[in-house]
Design a protein around this ligand. Structure first.
Ligand code: 13P
Length: 259
């Protein structure tokens, strides 16, 4: 049985420590002590310490949005896995499409970051997904195969079981266009099949595969009900506590029905 993971990726938001603390406070108060679904928030680096303080005593995980693979040294502007652990992080997002497409993040770098995260006992959330052009050219599976095999290269089955994958079709991110539950489930099943072929059935059955791309309270229930969709990575709707909590509630309803 895989517990659902609903994570909020705040991206380059909000613009002040005060606003970040207020958003975290809203999510914390709304969730209370519920643990039937796993919940995490990913604020910008500079707010991690404050948000960790706000979340004290709550079951909400704290995620960073990126990390560097080196532990320390002359890497201006970078943040290491150990630093993230030191400020209270439990999770880290790796290879988000906004970094793959906007910042030149390669599968090799994602792989190095993933290994650094695993070594530091951070739960990695590794993002994969095709662009609109790739989908229209019917290259979705080829793109995912390259991203999955490159990003997860060299992992043991036990390591792979601890990775969270997030399928985020680039054309659905921030566009209001959501993959239909059928489209998303088809890709999630393809990812699960790849996991089974690569790491074995038992491992494939343990890996949490989130969907991301314009997830809102109104569409979360039907996506989360799909058999291979194990949670959501939420962008825009994670910036309002009520919207994010609405998605969390959709996950709790699905979990209560025994998924
Ligand atoms: P939106 O929910 O704003 O489409 O963003 C999705 C995303 O990129 C989460 O990482």
């Amino acid at each position: 049985m895989r517990a659902l993971l609903i994570a909020g990726n705040w991206k380059l938001n909000p613009t002040s420590t005060e606003a970040a603390a207020a958003l975290a406070e809203g999510v914390k108060n709304g969730l209370g002590t519920a643990t039937d679904v796993h919940v995490a928030v990913a604020p910008p680096f500079v707010f991690l310490t404050k948000v960790d303080q706000v979340l004290a005593g709550s079951p909400i995980g704290l995620a960073a949005q990126d990390l560097h693979w080196e532990p320390s040294g002359a890497f201006t502007g970078e943040i290491s896995a150990a630093m993230l652990v030191d400020v209270g992080c439990t999770h880290v997002i790796i290879g988000h499409s906004e970094r793959r497409h906007g910042m030149g993040e390669t599968d090799a770098r994602v792989n190095a970051k993933l290994k650094a995260a695993l070594a530091a006992k951070l739960i990695p959330i590794v993002c994969v997904g095709e662009t609109k052009e790739e989908r229209l050219a019917e290259k979705t599976e080829d793109v995912l195969l390259a991203q999955l095999s490159g990003s997860l290269a060299g992992l043991t089955a036990e390591e792979a079981a601890g990775v969270v994958l997030a399928y985020e079709p680039v054309w659905a991110i921030g566009t209001g266009l959501t993959a239909t539950p059928e489209q998303a489930q088809a890709v999630h099943a393809f990812i699960r099949k790849w996991l089974a072929e690569t790491f074995g059935e038992a491992t494939a059955g343990r890996v949490v595969v989130q969907y991301g791309g314009s997830v809102k309270p109104a569409n979360a229930a039907e996506l989360l009900a799909c058999p291979d969709i194990d949670g959501a990575l939420v962008g825009g709707a994670a910036l309002k506590a009520d919207d994010f909590l609405g998605i969390v509630q959709a996950g709790r309803d699905v979990a209560a029905r025994g998924k």
